[in-house]
Design a protein around this ligand. Structure first.
Ligand SMILES: Nc1ncnc2c1ncn2[C@@H]1O[C@H](COP(=O)(O)OP(=O)(O)OP(=O)(O)O)[C@@H](O)[C@H]1O
Length: 335
């Protein structure tokens, strides 16, 4: 499903009527294409004095340490974190995903590729709780997702970015990220209103972590810029920072390089590697084959809703079924 790539797509909910997960895990409906409201009636007050932000954030190792997720993950590194087990998704008479099985292993960057209409987005939606499989199941960190509501997915540890950038466009970059860290806060609404010591501490931590996240993705200097005024590439980075703010066990990136020039794609590769090296597991759906081949640890290939190949990038590149599926794609795009 191709998406517009202009900054105009910054406005949330441009896919009319579609529901999506807000950073606090609530389901937000944006039927009329307007920006979504603040979660929980605007409890959030982010009034940031950057002078108070941790000076240690100039140090890359400290930044990486703050950004790393503080979560218990049951899967060991290299073991399956998410399992697609014989998943089929049907829309009326159309089988968009047909008995598809594969694993995403903890600590890897898995690429999910395939020609247009192959079922990538459908698979992505099945594993992020947007679609319930017609048959088969998705198991995430040992827990079947069958009865999990969409608004629990973020809390369970799956974060995603969208083909169509979705940010709080009137908020600053830092505020956008702090909203994401807020998804993991434990303070009650009364706690927030009376600004309890715990709430103040959480707020300070959230701002520290928010700044670290912005540094991590390379836009620390733009912390106080309104999201709508950021260059397109920085908006994409901000989306990734916001997803990381929820401390996900699995980060799903849906065509993060859409609209990027070659230099930006190169930088994105570096960022995705850095995210993996910081202990996150990454699923990458991406059309740009050069980027996919250059950054992923393993690749799963779909065609007409079926898995036709799975393996290391070098194996996938040589796979006759994959080559046949991509016939017509110019050589330089697959190099
Ligand atoms: N909500 C829907 N209702 C009906 N058909 C759908 C729906 N979503 C996807 N499809 C169909 O399912 C098939 C797989 O679509 P999907 O978007 O998952 O493919 P994709 O690999 O992500 O494609 P692209 O690379 O173009 O984004 C296509 O034939 C598509 O038209």
């Amino acid at each position: 499903m191709s998406e517009p790539n202009s900054p105009d797509s910054l406005r949330a909910g441009t896919e009319s009527g579609e529901q999506f997960l807000a950073p606090d895990g609530e389901v937000v409906t944006s039927e009329d294409g307007r920006e979504e409201d603040l979660p929980d009636g605007g409890v959030l007050e982010v009034d940031v004095d950057l002078a108070t932000v941790n000076p240690d954030l100039a140090d890359e190792a400290t930044v990486a340490e703050i950004v790393a997720a503080d979560r218990t993950v049951h899967a060991e590194v290299g073991e399956p974190l998410l399992r697609m087990e014989g998943v089929s998704v049907r829309f009326g008479g159309l089988t968009a995903l047909d008995d598809v099985s594969f694993d995403i292993r903890r600590g890897e960057i898995l690429g999910l590729i395939g020609p247009n209409g192959a079922g990538k987005t459908t698979a992505f939606n099945a594993m992020t709780g947007v679609y319930r499989p017609s048959s088969g199941r998705v198991v995430f960190d040992g827990r079947p997702l069958v009865r999990v509501k969409r608004n629990q997915i973020t809390r369970l540890g799956i974060a995603r970015t969208f083909q169509n950038i979705r940010l709080f466009s009137d908020m600053t970059a830092l505020e956008n990220v702090v909203v994401g860290t807020d998804a993991r806060h434990r303070t009650s609404v009364p706690g927030a209103i009376f600004r309890s010591a715990r709430h103040r501490r959480e707020e300070r931590d959230a701002i520290d972590r928010g700044m670290a996240l912005l540094e991590f993705v390379g836009i620390g200097a733009r912390a106080t810029h309104q999201a709508r005024n950021l260059p397109y590439g920085d908006q994409r980075r901000l989306e990734i920072a916001r997803a990381l703010a929820t401390e996900p066990k699995l980060l799903c990136l849906d065509e993060p390089a859409a609209g990027f020039n070659p230099a930006e794609k190169e930088q994105l590769q570096e960022l995705v590697r850095k995210i993996r090296d910081d202990g996150f597991t990454v699923l990458l759906i991406e059309h740009d084959m050069r980027l996919v081949m250059g950054v992923t640890d393993r690749i799963v290939v779909l065609e007409f809703g079926r898995k036709i190949a799975e393996g290391l990038p070098a194996e996938i590149r040589e796979d006759p079924a994959v080559i046949a599926a991509y016939l017509g794609v110019p050589d330089d795009a697959t190099a």
